[in-house]
Design a protein around this ligand. Structure first.
Ligand SMILES: [Zn+2]
Length: 138
């Protein structure tokens, strides 16, 4: 389990999302009416505005769309990683769904870099998300 001073604060719509990450899975809001995936977790579909959504597990795979290298941490917890890459990853499930997270890789990020989710357990009910390059050694 990772030590964290700064933790996500789950709300009604995201508590199952953070729990899934603690359990090692990535779930995303999925509209039962139109099939659209919506992130972050919310009660309304960003495509059809319907309210019949469920949190469904996704493949956890995608590609880097954009990134930034962080040289000054904004929280004490992230200081151990500095400098680190914060990547915006486009999920394989849908072309317009992007999820940010720290990139774990021994190579520089590039657009189209294949990644998979690397959930990190903070507590028994809270997890956080990082992305790991599919060819990363560590
Ligand atoms: Zn919808």
């Amino acid at each position: 389990m990772a030590e964290r001073l700064v933790k996500p604060i789950p709300d009604r719509d995201s508590v199952a999302y953070w729990q899934a990450l603690a359990d090692g899975r990535l779930v995303v809001s999925h509209c039962r009416d139109c099939g659209h995936w919506t992130w972050p977790p919310r009660p309304i579909c960003s495509n059809c505005h319907g309210d019949d959504l469920s949190l469904d597990e996704v493949s956890g795979r995608g590609e880097v769309y954009s990134w930034v290298v962080v040289h000054r941490s904004t929280t004490p917890d992230m200081m151990k990683y500095v400098p680190y890459t914060l990547a915006l990853v486009r999920l394989d499930e849908q072309a317009d769904i992007y999820i940010p997270g720290r990139l774990i890789s021994d190579r520089e990020a590039h657009r189209g870099m294949r990644v998979r989710v690397a959930p990190e357990k903070i507590t028994d009910t809270l997890g956080d998300l990082a992305w790991k390059a599919e060819d990363a050694q560590s």
